[in-house]
Design a protein around this ligand. Sequence first.
Ligand code: BF8
Ligand code: SF4
Length: 655
Amino acid sequence: MAEKKKDRNLSIDPAALEVLAKTEGGNIETAYQRYLNMQPQCQYGNTGICCTICIQGPCRITKKASKGICGAAPYTIVARNLLRHVLGGTSCHSDHGLHITMVMKEIVDGHGGDYSITDSAKLKRVADRLGIPIEGRTDQEILKDVINLAMEEFSRLDKDKYSVWLEKTVVPERVEKAMDCNIMPNSIHKTVTESMAQTHMGMDADPVNLVFQSLKTALCDYIGMHIATDLSDILFGTPTPVVSEANMGVLGEKTVNIALHGHNPILSEMVVRAAREMQDEAKAAGAEGIKCMGICCTGNEVLMRQGVPVLTNFLSQELAIMTGAVDAMVVDVQCIMPGVQTVAECFHTKIITTIPNVKIPSSYYVDFDETRALEKAREIVSIAIEAFKERDPSKVSIPQVKNKVVAGFSLEALTEVLAAVNPDNPIKVITDAVDSGELAGICLFAGCNNLKVTHDENHTVIARELAKNNVLLVATGCAAGSFAKLGLLNSDAVEKYAGEGLKAFLNRLNEANKDKLQEKMPLIFHMGSCVDNTRAYDLVTALAKQWQMDTPKVPFAASAPEAMSEKAISIGSWVVTLGMPVHVGVIPPIPGSALIDGIALQIAQDVYGGYFMWEEDPMEASKKLLAALQERVWKLKVHRMAKERYETEAISKTW
Ligand code: BF8
Ligand code: SF4
């Protein structure tokens, strides 16, 4: 198995391959090499049947030892590990959402410093949706109520009071379902505490109970993410269509190059602002100016709102430094490989960590104090300018690979594009196209890169296959990063890869928007970072309302073709709970228990309508996703016909 992996291509990204080829035989170690060094990987861990919950362990399930030392059965071990993974993802997204909440609390208290409300219309939309009065009130008054409610979403302890953010953003049938299954969360922190306790040694051994708690925790992930997206829009603006570029060719030979890496726009927005103001300082240092560029989801955030180009996605973060042209890599939270520091030490690049719970030994640490945000951002940009002076031109080698990107499709922006076709009912433009057979459904591409599969290959192969079969595509996270780099987020890709139905649909949007937008529609609509998967789910909710059905009938699927992080597991779990089929291209540590595997792949569908599909082969995955969409389109048709023929309401709760 290890040999087979060594023979496999490492990436399909030409820029990544160019950097890797130049360093082959050299002594700079990256994740690509470390992955090979790690082979063979432990199959107990790989399938979920290794328990390290207490220090009598590790306990591995083998032929000789069919239970852990405490008597835990494989299903308990797998389910408990699953819940711990979901907890990791939920905590990360919620911590991100909480960080933004607390910055906005400062605005409410009159100490916002460099932060203020940018998008008053979004504030009103969010407040209205949450049931907070907006008529005759100032933004400051409305914000106070929104932030108080956001804080309650984290801290509510009363067992009879439930998450408002969840209740108000999904269809009522989903809330009923969550209540029926006893997985409707009171609040994020309460649920996280319950779940950590539940997974301690000698606590819950019931696999089904543990799985339900995983889903309840995953719903907290949804709440934390939705808060993060809503508040980011209020603070920095709701994204609108934007044109930019992606891949390592965006690095300037003569500019100070700042890579913004991580997830939270609180830091990166300020660095972009400071860099725009400090062009003269860079020129005084001999540069032509300053260029900011993004990696991972911080990259998606600043692309969506500021048009900042994409440098690369998760797996190639170290390779970006190996171009010798990155002066500073500024990181905030999540998905930052500690390996970036080791690589940076071979160059002049400064790694700048900024958040108290994300530090890397030997890196620069600038404590990003939000009360002095712009001042701190200027300090960061100054470090980059100083580093530029140390750049060694003999070590610079920038792959000349970049592609045009059309991004910025928040649900609001997408709705506006649709409104040019049908101003009275924009979402009907999509439902009509599905009903008529022009579109075969909608698919969200989300998630990461993972060295267990070839970098970017699963994303690209599945997206092209689905586009050929007339599926409307939306993307977030490193899936969107992959499409951006490889030229799938522009209209040339429509010509190359879209089937006739999808082409006709996108052309109709182009025609209706030709006076408004400078660029034609891309093949795939970039909806933002991973927290913005809630934008994609808001689209599901809008479609369900239009079809007057619960979500399990909506012909919408999600795919995480190269899933890697705990966050991907928590997102996948709430997407399933909220009624969607979810393909995962790297099998998570679940098949060690046939029971838990069966729940994920099959029983989940009976309870929630959503279910997982594990499939590593991208062509097979495409077939499974298309079949899942086809089944839903067919059911939708049958139910609609029944409704018309018998003049009854559609049976919205069955699927
Ligand atoms: O939150 S897609 S590798 S960067 S976890 Fe990380 Fe995965 Fe990328 Fe964004 Ni999401
Ligand atoms: Fe082993 Fe049980 Fe401890 Fe897990 S909790 S390590 S199965 S003894």
